[in-house]
Design a protein around this ligand. Structure first.
Ligand SMILES: C[S@@+](CC[C@H](N)C(=O)[O-])C[C@H]1O[C@@H](n2cnc3c(N)ncnc32)[C@H](O)[C@@H]1O
Length: 237
């Protein structure tokens, strides 16, 4: 299988409110809905957060590279059904969080803070601590050395990191060629192929985690198309 190659995606170079960028984010919402990553992410939280054993769990969740927040909202809806409430910080370098999404969090009784910030520069100043840091379709943007730097920062701020990222495999590459069937734009189809080539397989994310002694690392298939990653501090067990 080909090596991991990280190349700049077209969406990242466009102004956030460019019509092509808005269309690409709408495409992403449809793709995320189809892939149902929110199910895998909510399940990781349920399995690995000790708060779930308390009668009315309350979680502090940070999502890095949160985009318009619709995936985190879907996770929150799943957790709300289990009686969980939360405070969330959605961090993205573009101000793409929609008012509808903010209102939907409020309707669930969840508090949302938005941080327009760069994960490579501002992670330290954006939040002090969280029960869990989540990423969806985000970590593949970074080179291995950058990921190790990001992970090193996260290790200081949380006991649990969960992620869903593209799986770098031939079948997923083939499936990516069918994005046009979902009505995705040329830009989304281009970035989709790049994302898969920058995606992960086997234990690649685990191998980049700085403290492999003190953390339990789980990595593998999250669903048909995506690769899941969970890092949990051992002292939590
Ligand atoms: C492929 S989108 C995924 C968005 C969202 N997680 C989802 O699944 O819909 C990647 C997001 O990462 C953001 N991003 C890229 N590089 C970033 C950085 N260095 N710091 C913060 N956000 C970044 C982009 O603005 C974009 O919203």
């Amino acid at each position: 299988m080909m090596d991991r190659i990280v190349e700049p995606e077209l969406l990242d170079a466009l102004p956030w409110n460019h019509p092509e960028a808005l269309r690409a984010r709408a495409d992403l919402r449809r793709v995320n809905l189809l892939m149902n990553n929110s199910k895998a992410l909510a399940e990781y939280l349920r399995m690995y957060l000790p708060q779930f054993t308390s009668p009315s769990p309350h979680l502090r969740i940070v999502e890095i590279g949160a985009g318009d927040g619709t995936v985190l909202l879907a996770v929150a809806r799943r957790l709300r059904r289990l009686g969980v409430t939360g405070d969330v910080i959605m961090m993205d370098r573009h101000p793409v969080f929609s008012d509808d999404t903010k209102a939907a969090f409020a309707a669930l009784g969840w508090k949302v803070d938005l941080a327009v910030a760069d994960v490579l520069e501002d992670l330290d100043s954006t939040f002090a601590s969280a029960d869990v840091v989540m990423a969806n379709m985000f970590l593949h943007h970074f080179q291995d050395a950058q990921l190790t730097r990001i992970f090193a920062q996260l290790q200081k701020k949380t006991n649990l990191v969960v992620a869903c990222e593209p799986r770098r495999s031939r079948p997923v590459m083939m499936a990516g060629k069918l994005l046009w069937l979902l009505g995705c734009s040329a830009l989304t189809r281009h970035d989709g192929a790049l994302s898969i080539r920058a995606g992960f397989r086997e234990k690649e994310m685990s191998s980049l985690w700085p403290d492999r002694e003190g953390w339990e690392l789980m990595e593998g298939s999250a669903n048909l198309f995506n690769h899941g990653f969970v890092a949990r501090r051992r002292a939590m067990q």
